[in-house]
Design a binder for this molecule. Structure first.
Ligand SMILES: [Fe+2]
Length: 187
């Protein structure tokens, strides 16, 4: 991968401009996608410590940037081999760009009507392996799951409209049909 000179600071400046100008989440996502890819491929920000994972959680969450009000959160997320994240939403827009290694994403649709507190039924709609430089973009209520099926730690660059521990977002237990809170442990 080549370092084209695009830095994390450049990216944060662009995020501030885009979110100030854009009319809605869809426009933000559309504009952030290409820049997230550019920063992911430049690897100008990537450090050895970003490969460190939380064994219990199955992945490592490394904060690269966050505004004082918790908006515009950028993370390097590293995934242990054979581990992943259960189906979850983000409660904010999300743009994920592959940095090192393939990561499988499954996309889920809620099929219950949401009328029973804590109950949720999901149906898988699609799955795709995202390689380096490929981007997953999600609106606040979109649901995906992630799995590292490779034999080494993978890394991806995650950008959210708000730090995901401050959005009240959910994870979903497919076997018990539960919607439960989802926060992450940072490295
Ligand atoms: Fe996610």
């Amino acid at each position: 991968m080549s370092d084209d000179g695009y830095t994390l600071d450049d990216y944060v400046d662009d995020l501030r401009s885009i979110t100030a100008e854009a009319a809605d989440d869809r426009e933000i996502i559309t504009r952030v996608r290409a820049l997230a890819r550019r920063l992911a491929l430049s690897r100008s920000w990537l450090q050895a410590q970003h490969y460190e994972c939380n064994e219990e959680q199955g992945f490592g969450v490394h904060l690269l940037h966050e505004e004082p009000d918790h908006s515009l959160a950028v993370f390097a997320v590293s995934w242990l081999p054979g581990r992943g994240a259960p189906p979850h939403n983000h409660g904010t827009w999300a743009v994920v760009a592959g940095v090192d290694g393939p990561e499988e994403n499954c996309f889920w649709e809620r099929i219950d009507d949401g009328s029973i507190e804590g109950h949720a039924e999901l149906s898988k709609r699609a799955e795709k392996v995202f390689e380096e430089g490929e981007v997953v973009a999600l609106e606040p209520d979109h649901i995906h799951s992630v799995m590292n099926r490779s034999d080494r730690v993978t890394v991806s660059l995650h950008t959210y409209g708000m730090h995901v521990n401050h959005t009240g977002r959910s994870q979903f237990d497919l076997e018990r049909n539960l919607e439960i809170p989802f926060t992450v442990v940072e490295q």
